[in-house]
Design a protein around this ligand. Structure first.
Ligand code: HEM
Length: 183
């Protein structure tokens, strides 16, 4: 959000913004319910962030049967490491794969029809993350409170160096400023 400040700002320039409904939310002592969280940090913003910066880098699997992949035979019972990050940055699957474009996940967006296995920040199949819904709500609740009070701004003019393993995080400290909203 600090890299793409426009998603924090309530203007008519983008189709859906992270905080576009903040003013309709209850105050810190008000009642929170799923309905008003759903309006926040629209899924396209959350999904696009997870696409570019998937926290989990490798999904380990073991294949039961052998198969051919791009002309190579992979014998059965091999250990296979799948990389969400590589998948998410593949230009065959996503247009302009390195650009932050939440619109791609709108119902009418170009990538919404994509192969269900192309977007896998929570994995896929029988071992898919069981905390996905909870994590999504927790992130929404967190940003709902944070963005009411602060505007997030990078304190440097370039992307911090990223460390990918064992989990994605900034290699050094996160150069982020919390600028209080005026008034
Ligand atoms: C943004 C936050 C999170 C991300 C990106 C994430 C991502 C993942 C990924 C990629 C996997 C492996 C899926 C696979 O191998 O196909 C996984 C598994 C798992 N996650 Fe999460 N996770 C998140 C939050 C959570 C939370 C909040 C919980 C618990 C409350 C949780 C519990 C689990 C468990 C128990 C598994 C193992 C499932 C299994 O092997 O059957 N995760 N998660």
């Amino acid at each position: 959000m600090s890299l793409v400040p426009s998603v924090q700002v309530d203007s008519n320039a983008l189709p859906r913004r992270a905080n576009s409904n903040l003013k309709h939310l209850p105050g810190p002592k008000g009642h929170w319910y799923f309905g008003n969280l759903r309006a926040l940090l629209p899924d396209p913003v959350f999904r696009e962030t997870l696409r570019l910066y998937s926290p989990v880098q490798l999904l380990p699997r073991r294949n039961v049967r052998g198969f051919e992949f791009r002309g190579k035979h992979i014998p059965g019972n091999s250990q296979i490491l799948l990389s969400p990050q590589l998948c998410h940055r593949d230009r065959i699957l996503f247009e302009q794969p390195h650009a932050f474009r939440p619109e791609r996940f709108l119902a009418t967006g170009p990538d919404n029809r994509a192969d269900p296995f192309s977007f896998v920040p929570f994995g896929k199949g029988s071992h898919m993350c069981i905390g996905m819904r909870f994590a999504t709500l927790a992130v929404k609740a967190f940003f709902a409170l944070l963005l009411r009070t602060y505007y997030l701004q990078l304190s440097v003019d370039r992307l911090p160096v990223i460390q990918y393993l064992p989990m994605l995080r900034p290699r050094h400290r996160l150069p982020l400023c919390f600028v209080p909203h005026k008034g």
